[in-house]
Ligand binder design. Structure first.
Ligand code: AMP
Length: 410
């Protein structure tokens, strides 16, 4: 199937072509025709499957024909600021050749820039729940004209304790609307929530991305935390690595890596959520033009980065979600070119490395002969349990604190 077969507006097809999407992904093939026919949809799909375009393109198609300027007609609610920004960027890219406007609102920053944009008028609003309710409460937003509602990453939303916020948002939505509901997993509480939102939904599902291109060679270096920095320099001694996309888990981590590399006269720049669009574009351009050797990115910033003939990707931290690994390494070895994916693994990350190997159904080759080797010691069941318990505790503590802060600031 080609995009042309989906009956989307020509301006959308043109934008998709600009993105070099050759054909729709599985979720897009399933969802786009259903949404165009105005069905409610219950989709089990994760980020990385092309889910955003699966809902953004048909919604834009409807809005182009409606020409309802200055009314917020579509609302996308998503759990995190990063996802909200990313979805907004996608809408902007797809509406390059039409006049449908979107804006993104999220908490943790001053509201003025966001309310100014709202005042100019938008047709699509992408929001995290807290800030959305906040701005509704202050009278900056009304949901009375919403005709299209998307609840994205519903399971994460509930994990993060947003259920009450979601209920409040639902109360404000017009009864007559088309609703799309996406979640990576479909436990009972999610199905229950979806039944309160959707009318006679069509159910679709796609598998998480699990295949890694056969053209990508994968290596793992086991080491300990304190040696990572030196190990990276050691790896970069190999001059055949002329262009390296390096992934860091955090923004601060990314900045630190750049600083360390520059100290050793290795040209590097970082792109992440705290960098302006300008800075990001500049870094990307220098990387593409080979003025810098290492581009350090966080996962969110790296989304959508498409670099022709990129041969080397390095995971400075092993991602805790295995699908993220597949996406990261999929940045190299595109279109049949050879690629090399290198991962640096410290002991606490062994468990993540194992679950990646399970997902991709292959053992990643361990590099044995390097000076910073830390023997691979998989955790036993008890250690694993404690590790998971501690992780869960930290997560709950983090979200509880955040929700508390949000409530206070409202
Ligand atoms: P998402 O699951 O929406 O986060 O999309 C993951 C990535 O896939 C994004 O970088 C999109 O730009 C890209 N993408 C979406 N649809 C397609 C397509 N049909 N062909 C190639 N890439 C796509």
């Amino acid at each position: 199937m080609r995009f042309e077969d989906l009956n989307l507006h020509s301006s959308l097809l043109k934008a998709v072509k600009d993105q070099n999407y050759t054909q729709p992904t599985a979720i897009q093939k399933k969802a786009i025709p259903l949404v165009l026919k105005r069905n409610d949809v219950l989709g089990s799909a994760q980020t990385g499957t092309g889910k955003t375009a699966a809902f953004a393109l048909p919604i834009l198609h409807h809005l182009i024909s409606e020409r309802t300027n200055n009314k917020i007609r579509a609302l996308v609610v998503t759990p995190t600021r990063e996802l909200a920004i990313q979805i907004g960027e996608n809408f902007t890219v797809y509406s390059k050749y039409n006049s449908v406007r979107n804006t993104v609102i999220f908490g943790g920053v001053k509201q003025e820039a966001q309310t100014n944009k709202l005042a100019k008028g938008v047709e699509i609003l992408i929001a995290t729940p807290g800030r959305l309710l906040d701005l509704i409460g202050q009278g900056f937003i009304s949901l009375k004209d919403i005709g299209y509602f998307v609840l994205d990453e519903a399971d994460r939303m509930l994990d993060m304790g947003f259920i009450h916020d979601i209920r409040k948002i639902l109360n404000q939505l017009p009864k007559e609307r088309q609703s799309l509901f996406f979640s990576a997993t479909m436990p009972k509480n999610i199905i229950d929530l979806s039944s309160q939102i959707l009318k006679h939904p069509k159910r679709i599902s796609v598998d998480p991305v699990s295949s890694t291109a056969e053209t990508i060679k994968q290596y793992i270096y086991y080491t300990n935390k304190s040696s990572k920095k030196d190990l990276l320099l050691y790896i970069l001694k190999d001059q055949s690595i002329n262009q390296l996309l390096l992934f860091s888990r955090t923004k601060h981590g990314a900045d630190r890596i750049v600083k360390n590399l520059r100290k050793k006269n290795i040209q590097a720049s970082a792109i992440h959520g705290d960098k302006s669009q300008n800075q990001r574009q500049k870094a990307l351009k220098s990387f593409k033009d080979s003025q810098i050797r290492v581009l350090v990115a966080t996962d969110i910033a790296a989304r959508g980065i498409d670099i022709d003939k990129l041969s080397f990707v390095l995971n400075y931290d092993i991602p805790n979600e295995s699908e993220t690994y597949v996406h990261r390494i999929g940045r190299c070895g595109r279109a049949g070119e050879n690629g090399v994916a290198i991962s640096i693994c410290e002991p606490e990350e062994n468990i993540y490395a194992k679950s990646i190997e399970k997902l991709i159904q292959q053992k990643i080759e361990t590099v044995q002969n390097h000076p910073f080797l830390q023997t691979e010691k998989p955790m036993n069941l008890q250690q694993k349990k404690e590790f998971e318990k501690e992780k869960q505790r930290k997560r709950q503590e983090f979200f509880a604190n955040r929700n508390k802060k949000r409530k206070k600031s409202r």
